[in-house]
Ligand binder design. Structure first.
Ligand SMILES: [Zn+2]
Length: 126
């Protein structure tokens, strides 16, 4: 049995870079970013683990994709159908894989790999 692979190797040999997950999470919450499918992508990029799985508590993604009430400063969660439509659009655009759900957004290994960190099995996908 070979040792677990270290480092990052894209099958296409594509050049690659890195991003700050904290910034991706901030952009995911930015109501100025449209369409909502792009915010879904940012939410995944901001929260994924080494395996590309970004898990969310019940209702958490609706809060991330919600808006801020300017009078109360409180988060107004995105509507359930809006979240569902945005996830479908993100899948159609290839931002996330078809196995993605509201509880776990999954990035493809073609676009994301992480060489360190936990690789525990996903609680949603096993
Ligand atoms: Zn998962």
């Amino acid at each position: 049995m070979s040792p677990p692979q270290r480092g990052i190797t894209f099958a296409t040999g594509s050049e690659w870079g890195a991003y700050a997950q904290r910034e991706m999470s901030r952009w995911a919450k930015d109501g100025a970013v449209t369409p909502l499918a792009v915010r879904v992508l940012f939410a995944a990029m901001g929260q994924h683990d080494r395996n590309g799985h970004a898990r969310f508590r019940s209702g958490e993604l609706a809060d991330v994709l919600g808006s801020i009430d300017v009078t109360t400063d409180e988060v107004r969660p995105a509507r359930r159908d809006s979240v569902s439509d945005a996830i479908k659009a993100a899948k159609r655009l290839g931002y996330i894989t078809d196995e993605s759900t509201v509880r776990c957004l999954v990035l493809s290994r073609h676009v994301f790999q992480k060489s360190w960190g936990s690789s525990d099995p996903c609680a949603v996908h096993g």
